[in-house]
Design a protein around this ligand. Structure first.
Ligand SMILES: *Cc1c(COP(=O)(O)O)cnc(C)c1O
Length: 228
């Protein structure tokens, strides 16, 4: 991929984020979503100031992690099976897709065994889509209550994946509700839970997410071009 094109796309995204979050919230951090791309394609992002990358499959991540480690913060953003946790426990910098007690427990156990505390986000599923991971709004606090005591993880916020729709009104209200939930929990300040990060917004909807106070946006195709 042409470096100039990559630079232009990233600059455009950064400008859009700055405009959308304008004054009301800090400009969200861009996470480059690098799934389906090779390490060689990903590495130029470093020069362009992208500090964080997101991958959604453990197996794919493991095939390229040697080349990426130390250059980027590496976040696991996709559905994670418990039996895969062992491969990433000492290698990724954050797991954004925690949506069950069992998964949180396994991450905690594996991380404690290698002497670290894993930053995690709880994944919410704002539209209640069955095929997606994530817990409902009403299940979020009970889940936090159960996992906040685990010693090998530290809850740092929420992550959300919105439905695929062009309906801006629908997205607007889902992002807004997710932000409200985030703020409610933050204000309640349950012990052992930090509500620092709100990871929401992808290529198609990141401006709406920024308008509603996302702290991280996860962007793949708007950086690299459409996946085929
Ligand atoms: C692929 C993916 C993204 C990025 O999607 P784009 O539409 O390409 O920006 C964000 N979040 C998750 C969880 C993903 O799997």
């Amino acid at each position: 991929m042409n470096m100039n094109m990559l630079a232009e796309r990233i600059e455009l995204i950064r400008n859009n984020l700055a405009v959308a979050s304008e004054g009301k919230y800090p400009v969200p951090e861009l996470i480059g979503v690098t799934k389906t791309h090779t390490a060689e394609e990903i590495l130029p992002l470093e020069q362009l100031g992208v500090r964080l990358i997101g991958e959604n499959r453990v197996q794919e991540l493991m095939s390229k992690i040697d080349a990426l480690e130390g250059r980027f913060g590496i976040h696991l953003i996709g559905r994670l099976q418990r039996n895969k946790v062992k491969y990433i426990a000492d290698r990724v910098d954050m797991i954004q897709s925690v949506d069950s007690v069992e998964l949180a427990e396994e991450i905690s156990r594996r991380c404690a065994a290698c002497g670290r505390v894993m930053p995690v986000l709880v994944e919410v599923n704002p539209a209640g889509e069955k095929q997606k991971g994530g817990v409902s709004f009403s299940q979020t606090r009970p889940l936090l209550e159960e996992i906040r005591k685990f010693e090998g993880i530290r809850v740092e916020g929420l992550m959300a994946v919105m439905p695929q729709t062009d309906d801006e009104e629908v997205l607007d209200s889902l992002f807004s509700e997710t932000r409200k939930l985030f703020e409610h929990i933050r204000d309640e300040a349950p012990e052992g839970v930090a509500m620092r990060e709100l990871s929401m917004g992808m290529s198609g909807d990141y401006m709406i997410a920024a308008r509603h106070g996302a702290t991280m946006v996860r962007i793949g195709s708007a950086v690299f071009g459409p996946r085929n």
